[in-house]
Write a protein of this length. Structure first.
Lengths: 416, 416, 416, 416
């Protein structure tokens, strides 16, 4: 029995960049914060920066229940019990709900053990369960709402291991921006890095997802985003009714919520333009039809149709209209977002809290995400919710996109 | 022909507190901004503050089309053509869309003229059309999405008049807060006024709608809102999945997103509590069932069930779960919000941008609205969108609700 | 006696764009808010937009004291008693303080009456007193701290008239931005207008004052501001120790508070660079000496020396060092700011709350001011304090200056 | 020679809570970021949470110069060369400036070695130099401006060691608030902890310093702060001219910048009250005189005089007046702040960016600081500048102070 009287013990091992990445301190912290104690039985520090370290830690707790709580908590940081066992499974007994005690996923790479084999979990997404197909010996993340009776669901933390996403060398440049949401950072550097990421993604045949809010239109940035789309830098666009409706209002009337975007004048009764634009789309039947009939001849949505950008307009309770293309059911919209974001390699979020957090919840930890917003609270909210891979840039949409297009087009000219 | 060569003219008259309320300057501005000019033919100023003023203004424009644009713009401010005519009607030719040229509503009291009679428009709401039942000689606002083929829709601005909501004497105290969104205002005064409004609404049998975000739970304010509900100060609650899920997590586990609300400590793996709380509700079938079965025994949602508060949980794409009670289709949720907010007399919005703007879009101009948020941008956005009756208080949720409950309960004790 | 029993009366007249500019409503409001009432005896509305209107209003109050309070309040809006009298003077009896009851100035054009003649007040500045030289029959604003015993100071509101600065046609484009501090405005338009203002000021031989904060350096914008200085677009620079110290650190070490501005990397121990840069200047004796000795060879301060930009570095309690050039006494710094800003025609404030408000307090109402800050609260604070002529642009410094330089240089190329 | 070709090496040792407190990862990071490499020669992990760990690390660099840079950088984190030597001293050759290469201090406990003895540095403050009195064998921090020719100044990092302030157990409760500046935290907990700190400080005879901005008055919180002062919870107050002037305006006229704080109404011409209040103080000669003569009979400044609170009013360039008590020279004000804050044990900063950062720069790392502001950027700025011990609470002043007083007075009643 150890000094603290914590007589329930289990050995766990942790390996990787556990010092470098602050993982070990977090694990030790978690143990003591939860009322446990620990003994570091073995510790090997990687001598160079690239070398992995290894720690063997005895976790001590005052009760079996507490011990399991601690093991569960630290397993999210990659601490795996030495005496490993297979994962436990329970059959779903209710449609759309997990069995009690289900294993709740993170957005980190995860494996489960079946018959002594470690199997990679597919469709990694946070806040899901893991269902297992015992025949094919495959496992994947599944949202609560999609559970069907009889599916085999992982229960508890035994037989589950997580590989926390360490600092990647190639992200080094990005890191600096992430240290805080301070606005006092050199912005030109950040813009150049985003441009380089867009350019590399296109060169390497990756997939860039832009998640955008209506400020792209209000701020007068339609032309900049249009140029990125025409240049092949955007494969997928997620937005709401507002971005599309403002964009179409701008294309049809030259205004956005009644403000003329060329000179900034307010057009009296111009706020009606917004509604008339939506009404016209509803009369025609949709954005694609409006483009095909020559009614819609410019703008972000026009470019999406013309350049085969895969888009989703997700509905919300504050929508006017909405446009016929909008998916008004939140669950259906989430499902489509999930499908369309599976193979995304770079995600640029611009001026939308709602859609950014929705997408941030779906992406695995290894997808690079840059979130641009003039309001620091959006960026803070994203990190608070576990989207740790998100680089936040607190800046203004129009000048940001204006400069971004210049940088991207310069790279393109340079590489031609 | 007038000096500016604007040979298309029409006389309009404006009456009411047109100086006091800045309406006349706005109208004259709108005329010249749109390229027209004006001649003030008659002007009678109310001598005292309560006396109405009257102006007869000739509007001049360079073309008939421009003239109509101007008349349309100024009609929203209450300028009605002297040579009045009936409103024009057109039958809807497409499901879910208005005829082109439909009259787009404001949130101000509106009347339309049919056979020389002025008829009040029911269900006043901004950004709708007006449909007329010629048999019953009634008219009401209808959202675009609800239009059915064959309905008679008001087209153009002729035969429509609007009564802008002037400064009401009884709102005088409120006004000061509205002058800007500055945080540098005496907060005790604002809190007392909100308390008085809640108290008066209950005394007079009015209906208070609370629109709330999850920060009510995060910030540790569940108890304060619960006391207001038990005291009979809340008749309706609009929220999202997040508020209810955090509230239930707090009731079941004592945490909110894994943070213990009694001491602020972070419970490792506590973020799972969030998902487990939702899963449990899905297993039981709903919040009411959880209360009836004794699973849920405290919190905001518990009090709603126990005190017959009419609630709506509207879904969004960032929801986890969601709870079985959540209405996931945005159009269906809007429809329910519309119904439940028809007879609301006071609306208190707390820490939610999405739901606040959604509700602000639905309420007529004469409903008092107070919007509380620590982020000034939420309040700015509400006013930018025409919810002029909104009083914004930039403050922090927990201390605000803590002080509000003290004030309300003191009034209650004082009146007993 | 009038209905409200307000038997103390005085007639005032108001003329100008009193409807257009909302002056009349404000005056009527002020009267009733202060417990008075009014009778509009005569009212002539200018028929066109450019024509002045005229109102003769009887102000009614319950006591002589209240009447004078009201007359004092509305005189700031340009309401002048009909039965005009000379201004009253009292000799200053204490160094550095006004006699009780002194007339407190606004930043609007002001005249005082002496021997039936109206005399223009020089050095217009808000929150000062007016001192009169009876021999030369001249008057000027004087700050409290500069009062000397025996000076003749205007007391009360009699014999003082104010000419509120109406909407100027040539500012029309600017107005739109001013309607609120919303970030949802087309930014390209705003940037073009600021560029045009800088360009016109240079063309017309005006004087542009830039008031800048250290974020100009942090954000990586030294080169942009340097180009504006070299182009002759900046005549005067007001800043604090921080801007200059960061700029010099950047010139000497390539960092700003230890962050490398070319790649964003944090240089360990680089925060020392800040202090070493200041120390080196102190050793050399000043910025000019450092330029002359070839130690300082680039940056904002270097360009100021090389291009004869008149600069002031005003100290504050958070300064490190400070640099030898810094004026550490706040009163002395105010005095210098006053002198250097007397003939400024355009003022561009960038990312500094403290210096922006300090300068805003000194400028008369007719100087165009543009205030750029990513934090809306800075802009709100400026307007709250009566700097009504300020156009606020909520945006990010680096992309703003980057785009501004492009626009200005394009205008220059176009005009060559 | 090691693999990276880094042939310049030196051994350093680090001990203490180096894992727990993230110090080791930071040091290893600093080495590689600066182009060096490392070999961990020995590593002993403390087995329990309270046990210190120890590491012996060989630092490798490509040049002697780079090696010294690295040693300098990591010495701030407590890494001390094994082959220790005495510190190097150089005589100051210029008034008000250090010799080039001076050791620049942190706000952590520091010792220097003289004749093989480690001597504690007094007056610990960041961004200073260390001067040594060889006769008394004492050392202390000295700001650049106070350097006198001939003083012995520590140069380089040899013979200097720093003891980074680890996580203190007794601060555990505070930690949670510090993890980010998110507004989504339970506020009641934070308020209770601040109350407990105020209470304990008074019980233990400590010294609480309040640094306050004018929002304390605007927001209607004068009474709350007055009660804390009367209760003996405030020993020292740092503020600017604005807080005192608003407070005195409120005491004399009931307004703050012309806003009545009891009902929120705006008093027309009430902005003059501000100036008249200051003028009256200037006529009387000072705040103490005004209290003694019965002119000033309530408010924060009144309570300071009556309860012997030691106050400093530091001037700034945006001050009106200023009050006679204001210290207008920034250097003199810093000097006084330094003296008055030497023995402070708890510091509560309320709604002032300028004064908070100024004070944060002066305090050693072991003084507890709580910074309350509704604007997250103030809190972010404080941490960005190295005031790591600062706990930021993003909340609204009035409800915060209202709740704080209730908590403190409840503790007082409970202990009586």
């Amino acid at each position: 029995m150890n000094p603290a009287g914590n007589s329930y013990v289990e050995d766990v091992e942790i390996s990787g960049h556990i010092i470098d990445s602050l993982i070990l301190p977090k694990i030790l912290d978690a143990i003591t914060a939860a009322g446990g104690s620990f003994l570091i039985k073995k510790f090997t520090v990687g001598q160079g920066r690239q070398d992995p370290s290894y720690a063997l830690v005895e976790v001590q707790a005052p009760s079996q229940e507490r011990l399991e709580e601690i093991l569960s908590a630290i397993s999210d940081h990659g601490a795996a019990p030495v005496a490993d066992s297979d994962c436990r499974l329970a059959a779903a007994d209710i449609e759309g709900a997990f069995p009690e005690g289900f294993y709740s996923t993170t957005n980190q790479r995860t494996e489960i053990r079946i018959d002594d084999d470690w199997i990679k979990v597919a469709d990694q997404e946070m806040d899901c369960g893991v269902i297992v197909d015992l025949e094919t010996r495959t496992a994947r993340c599944l949202p609560m709402v999609d559970v069907r009776v009889g599916q085999q669901v992982v229960v508890g933390h035994a037989g589950v291991r997580v590989f926390p996403h360490g600092r990647r060398e190639d992200r080094h440049g990005f890191e600096f921006m992430n240290s805080s949401v301070s606005t006092e950072k050199p912005k030109g550097v950040a813009i150049r890095q985003v441009a380089a990421e867009l350019f590399r993604t296109r060169q390497e045949g990756g997939k860039t997802l832009v998640v955008g809010g209506p400020a792209i239109v209000h701020s007068g940035s339609v032309d900049y985003l249009s140029r990125l789309i025409r240049g092949g830098y955007v494969q997928t666009l997620f937005a709401g009714n507002a971005l599309a409706a403002h964009d179409i209002e701008h294309a049809l009337f030259g205004t956005s919520l009644g403000v003329r975007l060329d000179c900034g004048d307010i057009v009296e009764a111009g706020h009606e333009h917004h509604l008339r634009a939506i009404n016209r789309m509803r009369r025609i039947g949709g954005i694609r039809q409006a483009v095909e009939q020559g009614v819609l001849r410019s703008g972000v949505m026009y470019e999406c149709i013309k350049n085969d950008v895969d888009y989703l307009l997700a509905g919300s309770i504050r929508d006017d209209g909405p446009l016929p293309d909008v998916v008004t059911d939140a669950l259906r919209a989430q499902q489509i977002m999930r499908e369309k974001s599976r193979d995304v390699t770079f995600c640029l979020m611009i001026a939308t809290t709602l859609h950014s957090i929705a997408v941030g919840n779906l992406l695995p930890a290894w997808v690079k995400v840059v979130c641009v917003d003039i309001n620091p609270s959006t960026v803070i909210k994203l990190s608070d919710r576990g989207s740790f891979q998100t680089v936040g840039i607190v800046t203004d949409v129009e000048p940001f996109l204006r400069a971004l297009v210049v940088e991207v087009e310069a790279m393109q000219a340079g590489s031609a």
